[in-house]
Design a protein around this ligand. Structure first.
Ligand code: PMP
Length: 423
């Protein structure tokens, strides 16, 4: 496996070429949002300055060029997750993708959509299964769907070491389960969940599977059709692409049968004042003007990551993650969240410094040029499970070096003394 030269890759990311308060920028917040290689920025600028125009309509040359770039982007981003272009719906991001699915199922429950949609209709007492570690984006849409339909939301608990309780999952996923919605990788714990096993449990009872791939798409080789999930969501800005663009992947039969969510222009065949007919997927789910320049730039991000090789990206970040975990583990008063022995992980470590508020840790590190995330990371139930309201999260990217991690460990080692907390 070719190894990444992280120090050399820093040069691809213009933002890293600056100091923060006189200190070298150590960016350890890629799980919140990723930095962009120059070629992604260039791709968006090139589109806006050379090809910008409305896609899928208009007879002029620029419109044709923009349409081609937009549809090529779909093919590239779909290919990045092992899928065909017709299985990729553009959205504004993972939150929108997950809401789209939840609202579409709500529409099926209300009797909207083609006859085939009836298979998604929920009845009171039907169960939606999530996990205790979900990001709010893969939790609240299901709470809302349950409230609208009378379905019951249940959750797979997490062990003290951050791994899912798969015995509980096997007991929980049963005859009444209609939907299993889980994250591939926790944005707090960085642990890769056994998705194939969860899919097998869901399939055995005929439940629909929905994967939150926000933290896996940018960090591991991902083949969504091979994983066997029905639907999956991810965000462009977390995988070196722009804000405001993301995707919903869906198996063909699922996208075909799922009712539309948003309606309006660009998603219809015939429209009268009384009723309308919709285009097939993916256009059925793409009402209104799409994030075209962002999609084109996201394709550039997918090409950049593909060129590095996702196996090499994963290997590098896993190694950096190990260094981060073992360094943090050795600091008195530091408690790691989800310190599972031998678990498959990405380069994410969340921790508490006993006696010091996470925000103070974050500010202390910022004064050293080190950017980390503090707070609940949109996973309040997971923090409650570990008896916390906030934690500090460090997360790696392809440009993260051993020096960056040593700076983090040095910084965290000095926190308790600085705040006068006894070690
Ligand atoms: N799920 C996970 C696991 C995430 O990490 C995030 C972003 N923090 C989201 C969902 C939501 O993504 P977005 O805000 O880009 O829609």
């Amino acid at each position: 496996l070719p190894r990444l030269d992280a120090a050399a890759l820093r040069a691809d990311f213009p933002i890293l070429d600056q100091s923060i308060g006189g200190e070298r920028l150590v960016y350890l917040d890629s799980a919140a949002t990723s930095q962009k290689p120059r070629e992604v920025v260039d791709a968006e600028v090139a589109f806006l300055t050379r090809a910008n125009s409305a896609v899928h309509r208009g007879a002029h040359t620029l419109a044709a060029e923009a349409t081609e770039l937009f549809e090529d982007a779909r093919t590239a981003v779909a290919g990045f997750v092992g899928a065909e272009p017709e299985n990729l719906v553009w959205t504004s991001g993972a939150t929108m993708s997950l809401n789209l699915v939840a609202y579409a199922i709500g529409n099926a429950t209300a009797g909207r959509g083609a006859p085939a949609s009836a298979r998604f209709a929920l009845e009171p007492g039907d169960e939606i299964v999530v996990t205790e570690i979900e990001h709010h984006a893969n939790l609240i849409p299901w709470q809302e769907l349950a409230a609208r339909t009378g379905a019951v939301l249940r959750h797979i608990p997490v062990h003290d070491d951050g791994t899912l309780d798969m015995d509980a999952a096997a007991a929980l996923i049963g005859e009444r389960t209609r939907i299993v919605a889980v994250t591939h990788v926790s944005n707090v714990l960085g642990i890769v969940n056994p998705v194939a096993d969860l899919v097998a449990l869901a399939r055995a009872v005929g439940a629909l599977t929905v994967l939150d791939a926000c933290q896996s798409a940018p960090h591991l080789p991902l083949d969504l059709p091979a994983l066997g999930v029905d639907l999956a969501a991810f965000s462009g800005h977390k995988m070196m692409g722009p804000y405001g663009v993301g995707a919903l992947y869906g198996r063909t039969n699922v996208l075909d049968a799922l009712p539309a969510f948003l309606t309006g222009g660009s998603m219809v065949t015939t429209v009268t004042l009384d009723e309308s007919e919709f285009l097939p997927a993916p256009q059925k789910f793409e009402a209104g003007t799409q994030p075209v320049s962002q999609a084109v730039a996201l394709a550039a991000a997918a090409r950049y990551l593909d060129r590095l090789g996702m196996a090499a990206v994963h290997a590098h970040e896993r190694e950096i993650g190990r260094r981060m975990m073992s360094g943090l583990r050795g600091i008195p008063g530091v408690r790691l969240l989800g310190d599972a022995d031998g678990a498959e992980r990405i380069g994410v470590a969340s921790f508490e410094v006993e006696g010091v508020h996470a925000h103070d840790v974050g500010q202390f590190l910022d004064a050293r040029g080190i950017a980390v995330r503090v707070g609940h990371h949109c996973a309040k139930p997971l923090h409650a499970r570990f008896g916390l309201t906030a934690s500090v999260r460090a997360s790696a990217s392809v440009f993260t070096t051993e020096d960056d991690i040593d700076a983090l460990i040095d910084g965290v080692s000095a926190v308790r003394a600085y705040f006068g907390v006894d070690a």
